[in-house]
Design a protein around this ligand. Structure first.
Ligand code: HEM
Length: 519
């Protein structure tokens, strides 16, 4: 019994006694005027007591907030979290919070009340929603402005579903993206020849930069058939500034990053606008095909409602996709090379897979989709790399209504975070989680390689990365030709891995390379 309840019981029993007294006196003495007064007091007190009782009962049926604290006034835990995040120390940060508050805890980061979800369960809650009514991606002001009003990532509900369906059906789905395999392979071969094999044996290269150059030019080629080296270079510089806008403070005044990013975004859109005009003519004259790239698709295929995209929408969609595909894939490539050089036994097994594939085709024969599908171990290496060093560590959403979860209530408006540390490094799901073991992702017999809601390197639910197949084909094709022609050593084996919005080797992964026919 809590304090309010014992107070009520105490007062009720004293009132009961008074009432008994009133009744006994009022029956014997008509002149007694204290009786009606005491009756009013009695009923008033009962009413107040009942109200308090009801309030106390009501309070009891509302579950508490998750444990934890919002940290310092206003800034909350922002500084400690951002510092941990940038230095790839979120594991320690989360472990400390968990020790104090348990696996599910609340905090406040970047002025936003936030709940870090526990595992197992948290990812299922976040990614198991059939729609975005309860949990939704909510974009901040800077992202909203830099991304542009028509971009996929900023849409919600039915509009988002229509956009995604279009993108997957016509460009990024398994069938659609397979069409682009020959172009991807040629891009990989050209890049390796121009930027790696042209170097002296023993040359030093900064792998992260070169990978970013590859993923960026690959995206421009597949999305707009742009291959002019000077123009690719100009766009690359513009995208570098544009991307920084997503992490900036939304102050649109000269001298601020946000302002610079918006300027670059407009320049990018103007360049893409010219590509649209040119392509319209080429399509009319039969010099381009309707499926040639994403731009042709956007100009020739209506969406599910029969509408064609407008000239304002198309540059935004192209910009978003080029941006979404570049750094994520380049970050993954760098981490794969780092992991392989630290695990020679895995490297040997991977080489063996590619040796087999190379032996089963003639020199110069293009890679078929079937050959790509047979690169199971290489794909497992990529997944295991993404498990341990995901390109994006934390997936965020927002509660759109009060969420009742494990005896707590997460109020509407709270941010929800599913962190890789909680899920993809969870020993209950991934035994010996710090061990680099690609075989976790190999399906044997009827055994599933991974359980649902335990791997979210590509996100989940309605927002699951639509570019996964595109990334998979680009990575497998690239690695087949890369490992065939080169061996490498890490120049700085102990180089730290940091997060700069995305996973990043501190010095860009400097390597020493050697040309050699490996298979
Ligand atoms: C290894 C490479 C990649 C990784 C690790 C990756 C990872 C991710 C992640 C974690 C998300 C957020 C999902 C969520 O919030 O649940 C995402 C979204 C997205 N990705 Fe990727 N991605 C990769 C490559 C690509 C490529 C190649 C493309 C395009 C060609 C692409 C296009 C997108 C788009 C458009 C979204 C937004 C989806 C939406 O809001 O509905 N990604 N990606």
């Amino acid at each position: 019994m809590d304090a309010s309840q014992s107070w009520i019981v105490e007062h009720l029993s004293s009132l009961q006694k008074s009432f008994a007294r009133i009744l006994s006196t009022s029956g014997t003495n008509d002149e007694n005027h204290g009786g009606p007064f005491l009756l009013i007091v009695f009923f008033f007190t009962v009413a107040v007591a009942s109200l308090i009782w009801l309030i106390s009962q009501g309070k009891r049926s509302t579950p508490p907030l998750p444990p934890g604290s919002f940290g310092l006034p206003i800034i909350g835990d922002t500084i400690s979290y951002i510092s941990a995040y940038r230095n790839m120390n979120t594991k320690k940060w989360i472990e400390e919070k968990k020790k104090k508050h348990g696996p599910l805890f609340k905090t406040s980061i970047l002025f936003q009340k936030t709940v870090f979800l526990d595992e197992p369960g948290g990812c299922k809650l976040m990614f198991g929603q059939p729609d975005e009514k309860l949990i939704r991606l909510v974009i901040n002001k800077a992202n909203l402005a830099v991304g542009g009003p028509g971009s996929l990532i900023l849409q919600n509900g039915q509009v988002h579903t229509t956009y995604r369906k279009y993108l997957i059906t016509h460009f990024l789905g398994v069938d659609a993206v397979g069409r682009y395999l020959p172009v991807m392979e040629q891009n990989a071969l050209d890049h390796i020849q121009r930027y790696w094999l042209s170097k002296e044996d023993g040359a030093r290269v900064v792998a992260r930069d070169l990978f970013e150059m590859f993923t960026f030019s690959n995206a421009l080629e597949l999305m707009l058939s742009l291959r002019d080296v000077a123009q690719v270079q100009e766009l690359r510089s513009l995208f570098a500034v544009y991307s920084m806008g997503f992490m900036s403070t939304p102050i649109n005044l000269p001298g601020f990053q946000f302002h610079r990013s918006l300027k670059c975004r407009d320049k990018i859109h103007r360049i893409f606008q010219k590509s649209i005009e040119k392509r319209r003519v080429e399509l009319k004259e039969g010099l381009a095909t309707p499926n040639q790239d994403y731009l042709s698709v956007l100009l020739t295929q209506p969406d599910g409602n029969g509408h064609f995209h407008t000239d304002e929408q198309i540059p935004v969609l192209l910009t978003n996709n080029v941006w979404a595909s570049t750094d994520t894939t380049a970050a993954t490539m760098s981490m794969v090379l780092r992991a392989l050089s630290r695990h020679p036994e895995v490297y040997e097994k991977l080489i063996e897979e590619h040796r087999q594939i190379a032996q089963n085709k003639t020199e110069g024969e293009p890679l078929s989709r079937q050959k790509i599908r047979s690169m199971k171990y290489t794909w497992a290496v990529i997944q295991e790399t993404l498990r341990l060093t995901p390109a994006i560590t934390d997936i965020n959403r927002q509660a759109m209504a009060d969420i009742h979860y494990k005896g707590y209530v997460i109020p509407k408006g709270y941010k929800l975070v599913c962190s890789a540390v909680q899920s993809m490094w969870n020993p209950e799901v991934y035994p010996d989680p710090e061990k680099f073991d690609p075989s976790r992702f190999i399906r044997t017999g009827a055994t599933k390689s991974i359980e649902p809601f335990t791997f979210f390197a590509f996100g989940g639910s309605t927002r699951y990365c639509p570019g996964q197949e595109f990334a998979k084909l680009s990575l497998l094709t690239f690695f087949h030709h890369f490992f065939k022609n080169l061996v490498y050593t890490l120049e700085e084996p102990e180089e730290r891995v940091l997060y700069r919005f995305m996973v990043y080797p501190e010095k860009g992964l400097p390597l020493r390379i050697q040309k050699c026919k490996v298979y």
